[in-house]
Write a protein that binds this ligand. Structure first.
Ligand code: CTP
Length: 131
């Protein structure tokens, strides 16, 4: 049976940590679906908008050869609906989310991958600010 994998993230100022996790997610199945969080969702979470707008983040993510489908994630509360709608067999996330999505293990397998060390969008923004 072919397996469908879903993951979520902001993927702002796209970096190698993003590439690594998406590649690992893709290796778990046959189809990779990526929920890219909306600009408003990021604003409500962090009180700042992403550097790249949602259409740009969606376009960059979509362009990767191991990504099959992308959509804008408009609400954090709708993960269960997205998992069902996209018929995902596996939800995979970085381990900064360890345990946070275990509640969905009744409808799909939930897997956490170790983050790529020493890189994050927040850190890149801080470094760029201080140049
Ligand atoms: N990720 C990863 N390794 C990193 C950075 C991110 O595996 N070094 C993963 C996260 O665990 C998540 C996905 O990439 O599953 C999207 O993360 P996102 O929050 O968009 O990226 P960050 O660089 O962590 O952004 P921020 O610093 O704004 O939190």
């Amino acid at each position: 049976m072919s397996k469908r994998v879903i993951t979520f993230g902001t993927f702002d100022v796209f970096h190698v940590g993003h590439l690594n996790i998406l590649e690992r997610c893709a290796s778990l199945g046959d189809t990779l679906i990526v929920g890219v969080s909306s600009d408003e969702l990021n604003y409500s979470k962090k009180q700042r908008y992403p550097i790249y707008d949602q259409e740009s983040r969606l376009k960059i993510t979509q362009s990767l050869r191991f990504v099959d489908e992308v959509f804008i994630e408009n609400s954090l509360e709708k993960k269960r609906e997205y998992i069902s709608f996209y018929k995902a067999d596996i939800l995979a996330m970085g381990d900064d989310w360890q345990g946070k999505f275990d509640e969905f293990s009744d409808i799909c397998e939930v897997i956490y991958f170790p983050r790529t060390p020493s890189i994050s969008t927040t850190e890149i923004i801080e470094i760029a600010k201080n140049i």
